[in-house]
Design a protein around this ligand. Sequence first.
Ligand code: ME8
Length: 516
Amino acid sequence: MTGSKTFYLTTPIYYVNDVPHIGHAYTTLACDVLARFMRLDGYDVKFLTGTDEHGQKVEKSAMNAGIAPQEFTDRVSQNFRDLVSLMNYSNDDFIRTTEPRHIASVQELWRRLESAGEIYLGSYAGWYSVRDEAFYGEDELTTSPSGKKIAPTGAECEWVEEPSYFFRLSAWQDRLLEFYEQNPDFIAPAGKRNEVMAFVKSGLKDLSVSRTTFKWGIPVPGNPDHIMYVWLDALANYITAVGFPDESGEYARYWPANLHMVGKDILRFHAVYWPAFLMAAKLAPPKRVFAHGWWTIEGQKMSKSLGNVIAPETLVNTYGLDQTRYFLLREVPFGNDGDFSHKQMVQRINGNLANDYGNLVQRSLSMIGKNCGAAVPQPGAFTEADDALLGAARNLLPIVRAEFQAQAFHKALDAIWAVIGDGNRYVDEQAPWALKKTDPARMATVLYVLAETIRHLAILTQPIMPEASARILDQLAQGPDARGFDRLGAAGALVPGTPLPTPQGVFPRYVDEAKS
Ligand code: ME8
């Protein structure tokens, strides 16, 4: 760890009223993959996830379950902590908004906003959706056949009238637009940036930031009849986790965050409200917000009523952990919506993993095991074909790094798989099994080139598939110190004669039980 290059990235904090599904697993997975990549690339990383435990929605769910909100959140937030080990996430912290550190942080943020004159007391009358925990204007709503007011997200709204504090969001319109202009990478992908800018240009109203008609929230300092609007509370988790209000220590080291990863449903909160709150409190806004797309299941929206909600556990138990991690990030261009289908999953497992990557590793390593005394072979002079393959493997890091920095995970994987394809073609062309009799020295060179190529591939696939990549690196006798990106290229080249363990398959084929 260099200590100088830091990278702070966050997932949304998830509402505890739901059990985790593929969508939650996806967002945190994308962050995990990026966090692992940055650590291997020498960064001092802080990767945060957690749970959003206040608000009317959670209070209602607790009431329905017949227990007190705190007991309810203690119980259900565990589901999200369990997801961490299930999916092999490497987060450095897990924040819960009911923790004392968070309550102190949000109350201080409030005080700063209030003393800067950014918050005033008024009264709110308008439409509110508990499901979205969001206010809507009359013009945004439609009316259902039964006369209910429906938000653009499909959520039902109710009329709310109560005293409320307001944040002067309207005063931030121009400064937000200026901020977006000056920071063209702040919102990604580009299409989403345009949407947010159009929304801000259309005019911002002051935002109601407190409620009085229910109790499950953080009290407003100096006026405990009010609790804070759950989004003000929730967004502040990102500064709480780096020690705010203490602005030395982790805050100085990691803030502003390099990346808030979110789903497209909550982009507005992160790209409009959050930078406005921060700038109003004289704190630095984050550097980037990436809004990824939405998963559907076999072409349909995921919903409890359709009974098609996929639990991450089901995916991991059915297809394997690294297979699931790979599929989710390879199948869909990151940022676009995606569809989960069993057929596509099986195609990816059997095609990309078993036939392409697995086959390259297995046939190369088993030939080395059988024909080179189970040790790294001694290469002779390299031919043009050898240099071409090694060059492609050694050139991967800058390509993959640029794609990761743009959160184009699918493109990073495409680049890695292009070299896997080159590797398989090289094996076919060089036919080391034939060289065994005709030219054993050349066979040794070919197998060395393959082993060295595989070493590069396995180092680079670690962020996506940590376990499978570790098993490949074990088979190349590459210990924990030999797995960082600083070992790519000649620096970490395999040493001829190093004994190797017996090779074992890493990517089994998926066989549909119904068809077997
Ligand atoms: O909004 N496809 O929490 P939440 C892809 N507590 N991603 C999905 C998804 C799907 N079908 N469904 C959910 C909240 N997600 C607030 C956040 S942050 C300060 C507060 C993911 O539990 C996606 O990341 O409703 C989405 O933004 C998030 O879950 C919403 O989680």
